[in-house]
Design a protein around this ligand. Sequence first.
Ligand code: TRP
Length: 498
Amino acid sequence: MKRDQWGNRTVFVLAAIGSAAGLGNAWRFPYVVFKNGGGAYLIPYFVALITAGIPLIIMEFGLGQKQQQGAPGSLGKIRKKFEFFGWWPVISAFVIVSYYAGIMGWAWNYIADAFTGAWIGADAQNYFYNEVLQLSSGPGELGGFSYPILVGVIVTWILIYFILRKGTESVGKVVWFTVLSPIILLLVLIIRSVTLPGALAGINYYLQPDFSKLLNFQVWIDAYSQVFFTLSLGMGIMIAYASYMPEDSDVTNNALITVFANTGVSFMSGFAIFGTLGYMAQTQGVPIEEVATAGVGLAFVTYPNAINMLPGGPFVVGFFGIVFFLTLLTLGIDSAFSLVESNIAGFADKFAWGKQKITAVIIALLFVFGLVFSTKGGLYWLDIVDHYINSYGLIIGGILETIAVGWYYKPEKLRSYINPISEYKIGSWWNVMIKFVTPAILIYLLIRNFVADISVPYGNYSTSVQWIGGWGMIIAVALASYIISKSKSNNVLLEGGE
Ligand code: TRP
């Protein structure tokens, strides 16, 4: 059976950009910049891009394209034992997307209720916690389903199924829409926000350089974690996507376009968010620090409340509300389906089942595993699983990949594959990055996360919750990766070794 291939190079790059540009760009990047020294943070951010992000994305693109397999097959072809190293990122991606769909489920509710008016002109905090989440008292009380979330999640999975069903053929059509529309929608939000009173003060706050922050070690740590996370690395995604390219396509150029487009989306989000927060701060007469937040609270409470303050009445508020939540959904959907595709590629390579059948089975499993995130206690579990999978799943995935390539496959071998087919040639500095610098940074991040979680358990959750949603979940990822890697493959390529 011939391997699925992208129709052309553009759709591959669009798909990679779509994966990289996700919720993190909109709700995390602006806040991290603001907190870490504004314009001065660009220094650690670009240093992290150059010493970790760009070398790793080149490695993932190069490896997938060379091996013509998803992450497990690509690493398994280096050494049979390393197939496990490839399942780890795939199973971590499985965990992430099981709750990512939940977040998208919330966003659908804001769109639907922009028409009913449930959060328009009302308190978004009350709407979010009491009507959408129907939040229970704690993780110990699941409290049954919150039906608004459940319906939103079902809508999300149906969409993802239809997008992925025909592999690169259907994805290649959809990415034009899911990558370009958030950019246009962000422009609409930026134009509205920068013309509001107080907006410039907000943007000034966002970007005003504070070089003294660069002396703070934590700022550098944040830059590295951020770059790694935002480029969707260590999840087997970029390997899977690149494996659908012809073996002689340009690697470095595609990688650089993906990186800079993703950074562009992040900056655009910063203008949209901080312009609006500046207006909100001025309207309420409070300092901007009080309204600047990140994550769930920013997207689902603070920003909708800011939209509620826009001049022009409920129609205008509803319009910008829809624009904002459509931005989140279109940013999120292509990140979500890329996480699923990492799984599809891994399983399709290994078991040589039809792709359509695999897609349906994986999505059904994801839906069932993710049901907990549609319960009234779901937010607590989402919070804890998100923390642990990002601190360990992702970072360990990156370490395993760089060890397999840096120490066994050898970077020089991959570089001599990449350079002849690429417009920009990478120097031997790249070998040093892949072999030493990137894994060293990742191992350092891992140890730091571990020490932090051991000394102060995450959130205010009990030990049993830390074990079930955190450590236990990570152990389950390891076990599942191990069992799948040991199970018998129908794929002759994988059985043979290199
Ligand atoms: N890179 C995307 C983002 O910034 C998607 C994403 C979110 C992601 N969490 C992830 C990718 C974890 C890989 C691993 O939102």
